[in-house]
Design a binder for this molecule. Structure first.
Ligand SMILES: Nc1ncnc2c1ncn2[C@@H]1O[C@H](COP(=O)(O)OP(=O)(O)OP(=O)(O)O)[C@@H](O)[C@H]1O
Ligand SMILES: [Mg+2]
Length: 235
């Protein structure tokens, strides 16, 4: 039996116990190898939903990653099945040098230091940033940090990638490389993004959130996007 890569079943997430839910009764599944864009205006719940799937926020309802229900007891197993790119990539770069950061996931899986370093250099090369390997992460630009964090998320070839605004800080050539790279992966991918051209070039399905609820799930989100085009907000 082949499980979906990720399933949400009636999932709600609150940031504080007494808060209104930021994600409310969300149900959808992501098939293996499927690439889904999660769209929604600021504050609609995209980051909250991705974080809940990685066990970074508590949820009500059921989340399954590769057939394993996410609970306190399965957290480590579930984390081993997914790669996560934070919205603020600097938050996930923790080691003194870029190369050590990217190699970390492999070391955790018991791969030798020399092999992990070799593979980490390759991963940096694929993203065009091998020259950054020896730098401390705090010497990187925001876009460079994003690419390093992505290399770390990809390094163990997880079956599921959760990417929070992966193209936001990238220059056009880096965005094209990222598009090519994601299109060449066998992993299932969920991309939270405001970058609709990027989403269209990578994803075949669009799930749209409004106030934490799924308001669209399909292949062509044009009607929702046009409605947003007509909307304005008070700044
Ligand atoms: N740490 C937090 N504590 C309390 N509420 C939060 C916290 N983070 C987010 N929220 C609330 O949860 C809701 C959803 O936020 P979320 O960050 O998931 O939105 P988003 O769709 O990712 O938005 P954006 O497009 O701006 O990244 C918002 O109402 C936000 O105010
Ligand atoms: Mg967000």
């Amino acid at each position: 039996m082949s499980h979906p890569a990720l399933s949400f079943r009636d999932v709600s997430v609150r940031h504080e116990p007494d808060d209104e839910p930021s994600v409310a009764s969300v149900s959808f599944s992501v098939a293996r190898r499927e690439r889904i864009a999660l769209l929604g205006l600021n504050g609609s719940g995209k980051t909250t939903l991705l974080m809940s799937a990685a066990g970074l926020l508590a949820h009500d309802g059921t989340i399954l990653v590769d057939g394993v229900e996410l609970t306190r007891h399965t957290l480590a197993e579930v984390r081993g099945k997914l790669g996560y790119l934070f919205n603020v990539p600097e938050d996930q770069l923790l080691f003194p040098r870029v190369i050590d950061d990217v190699a970390f996931g492999l070391l955790q899986k018991g791969i030798s230091h020399s092999e992990a370093t070799t593979q980490a250099l390759e991963a940096l090369g694929v993203l065009g940033i091998a020259h950054l390997a020896q730098l401390p992460p705090h010497h990187l630009s925001h876009g460079q940090s994003q690419r390093v964090a992505l290399a770390g998320a990809l390094i163990t070839s997880p079956p599921l990638l959760l990417l929070d605004e992966p193209s936001a800080a990238l220059d056009p050539p880096a965005r094209r490389s990222l598009t090519r790279l994601l299109n060449g992966l066998t992993a299932a991918v969920v991309v939270a993004t405001h970058d609709v051209p990027f989403a269209r070039s990578v994803c075949t399905r669009f799930v749209v959130l409004e106030q934490g609820r799924v308001v669209f799930d399909g292949t062509d989100p044009t009607a929702v996007l046009e409605r947003w085009e007509r909307a304005t907000v008070r700044l």
